[in-house]
Design a protein around this ligand. Sequence first.
Ligand code: ADP
Ligand code: MG
Length: 507
Amino acid sequence: MREPVLKLRGISKRFPGVVANDQVDLDVYPGEVHALLGENGAGKTTLMNILYGFYQPDEGQIELSGRPVRIGSPAEAMRLGIGLVPQHPLLVRRHSVAENLALGLPTGWWRPTKPLGKRLHELKQQYRLDVEAGALVEQLSPGEKQRVEIIRALLRGAKILILDEPTSVLTPQEAGELFKVIQRITQSGGAVLFISHRLDEVLEIANRVTVLRKGKAVGSLTPPTDKATLAEMMVGRQVSFERERGMAKRGAPVLEVQKLSVFSDRGLPALRSVSFNLHQGEVLGVAGVAGNGQSELIQVLAGLRKAVSGSVKLDGRDITGKTPRQLHTLGVAHVPEDRIRMGVVPSMSVAQNLALRNYFRPPFSKGLWLDQQELDQNALRQIRQHEIAAPKPGTEARLLSGGNIQKIILARELAGNLKVILAVHPTYGLDVGASEQVHATLLQKTQEGAAVLLVSEDLDEIISLSDCVGVLYAGELVGPVEATSVTREQIGLWMMRGETAFTTIEA
Ligand code: ADP
Ligand code: MG
């Protein structure tokens, strides 16, 4: 039996009011991809920051190749052969790739014997990591920056490479490339600690999975095969993976968008003649890398931005130019992208936020007076019905977690009879359990006859919920097509290159 290259024993770390890591044990073997799986807030990043010397644990021991070590700083971690590719790149934006790679390399009499350029060339060859040394970091895509971070760690001699949620910024194709690089690293004897909250990719890449829940390591699977078991370990209850879409009957077109063109804030074309129909009971997923016109599309449909040309019809009636309030009265709901700025008033109570739409109307307001009792009773009803974790109706919204803020917005915006729901990144930043509830709410609404326009960068979400899928690329809509007729890879290609590239690939 091989010995673990890394052993964590009883690691605990407390922050004010939260135990981020609670007596965590973890063994990592050379040549393996060990996934650390857990919901948002489970303590994954904290554990990795301890391993990389950013934090000191309150309790516990770390052993490297059988020797107890104390990792006082990232520099020490690197000397010990531990490299970290952080969730958000720590590169100097205005420097070139080469300058970033040279930064912090050992200098002085023990300077590495091989010049940087030569070593870089070798690494690029060995792991087939493609980066251009002369490029400025600020001009790189997220995937390219990540490759620079990986090379940087390898240049410093990392034997244990930590990747913190590496796929969150990648397209499926880029993720596939990353997985190949990871395999090359483990094949040459390195160990990879792969942090993720996404089950599918963990099943794909990991030889072993350890699940963290609320700071505790709740178990490991070797090799990981059973998605349902992993999900249950992760969330602490059973999670259903039934195909979610197509539960409602699709009816007549409710929203007809015709040749819609829109300018961005900077006066550039943001949407170019976009046309589609959204049918009753349907979820239409719009995928795409952020900044390809998604925000502008939703803003026009929600009445927050004017179109240059084109028309939008709701049940056959032209609604171009209507205000958000008029649209809401007509049955168009908007679950906004920026929840904190547009979704709730952080300093107001949960009860007030839940009543925000009808604040100055009966039953909440009688003449000039707000009826506090009515506000509170409404809040208590909603808190119960939507399982909002709020101590009391008077709690300020800013004190709630992201998941609970989203539940408040959904409870308020999705009340009543709706025709169209504009849902933008509805589960962004939410954990698996809260996401599942948001999805269930949206699908429930389609069964009541509403149509959902779902804008999301999360392909898993788009694929699992949508009846039809389109991709916005450079302001043009590719599709929509039936979700069953398109693969994840095709959607990924559209996201990167739009339709023209796709058709040439097909041809
Ligand atoms: P994950 O990476 O699994 O999403 P984190 O390790 O980032 O989880 O966070 C675990 C818990 O510790 C969360 O409740 C988070 O709010 C808290 N936490 C993380 N870092 C800090 C910090 N520097 N100060 C206070 N609380 C923190
Ligand atoms: Mg994290």
